[in-house]
Design a protein around this ligand. Structure first.
Ligand SMILES: C[S@@+](CC[C@H](N)C(=O)[O-])C[C@H]1O[C@@H](n2cnc3c(N)ncnc32)[C@H](O)[C@@H]1O
Length: 302
């Protein structure tokens, strides 16, 4: 018998989604610490940029510029957006409770969304037979396959920094508005992205822009996931206040889920025809103050 030839498994040409999944063996605490440090640095950067814009003198702006450079360096040392995304992907690992798409899919299934109308398509599985295709825009997608198991969901995943060829690299703020109802989406998912946007006014603009990406009908849905402290422990917002703000933007609350001491909250909103008077939300107003409160806020544009 000749020498045994060691066979190596052929790698697919395209990058598989597992290739971008880092090993979940890194300690959970380390991952969370990295994500938290990154968020703090982003906040610092936003504050410094604001200060730079309103610096009263050249000396003051020089000092701010140098602090800004230090923050940029720290962000780079953490691996930049790429490092942050890899840590966030770890947070999504099945071993750690999985990603939020499961909550969205359960919700829309139990609410009967998409069941049995003439757009139903025939798939081999009975489960899929009754479900109408739903177009989904997933903003801030770390993986391309969060919805691939559900053939009735036609997902368009986008991200500022794409981790996979099937994720469109796009800043949501630069995304063109749909030219027709046909191009608009049935569902927009914004999971842990609104809190990533570092200016309260930009967050307000993002909420309006997400509404404009949806089909103008009351079955259109927005799925929003936020770190719970953004609404439970903010100086400027509470959950009931946020529900009012969303009503002004043109969204009615359908469903929500969070645990008393949970880390994240999930909200499902329905597109509403009427929008409200945004004037009370044009600037931040303290609602509940205290030393341990955070500064998460949403301001609505003119
Ligand atoms: C914390 S991760 C959340 C990922 C995932 N959706 C989840 O729930 O775990 C935030 C992601 O949003 C992306 N992101 C932030 N702002 C964005 C924007 N303006 N347009 C597109 N993606 C954005 C970031 O690049 C990052 O990958």
């Amino acid at each position: 018998m000749g020498p045994r030839v060691k066979r190596t498994k052929k790698q697919p040409i395209s990058i598989s989604s597992s290739a971008i999944r880092p090993s979940p063996t890194v300690s959970h605490k380390l991952t969370q610490a990295k994500i938290a440090t990154f968020h703090n640095l982003l906040k610092k950067r936003a504050t410094l940029k604001r200060q730079l814009d309103s610096s009263p003198s050249a000396t003051a702006s020089e000092a701010v510029s140098s602090s800004l450079q230090e923050v940029e360096l720290e962000i780079a040392e953490l691996g930049g957006l790429d490092g942050y995304q890899k840590a966030s992907t770890l947070g999504q690992a099945k071993e750690r409770g999985g990603d939020s798409s499961k909550v969205l899919v359960d919700w829309i299934k139990t609410r009967g969304y998409g069941k049995g109308d003439i757009r139903s398509v025939t798939y081999p599985s009975n489960d899929l037979l009754i479900l109408t295709p739903q177009s989904l825009l997933e903003i801030g997608a770390l993986r391309p396959d969060n919805y691939s198991f559900h053939k009735w969901i036609h997902n368009t995943p986008i991200d500022l920094h794409s981790q996979h060829p099937n994720i469109l690299e796009q800043d949501f703020f630069d995304r063109p508005l749909p030219a027709s109802e046909y191009e608009a989406f049935d569902i927009v998912s914004c999971s842990l992205v609104l809190n990533f946007v570092d200016e309260p006014l930009r967050r307000g603009e993002m909420l309006y822009a997400m509404r404009r990406q949806l089909k103008q009908k009351d079955s259109s849905l927005l799925f929003l996931v936020l770190p719970l402290p953004c609404l439970r422990n903010s100086r400027y917002l509470t959950i009931p206040a946020f529900v009012q703000l969303m009503k002004v933007v043109g969204f009615d609350l359908v469903q929500e889920r969070y645990k008393a001491n949970g880390k994240v909250g999930y909200w499902l909103w329905r597109w509403a025809e009427s929008v409200g008077d945004a004037s009370p939300w044009r600037k931040k107003a303290v609602m509940l103050d205290g030393p341990k409160k955070n500064n998460f806020a949403v301001v609505l544009p003119q």
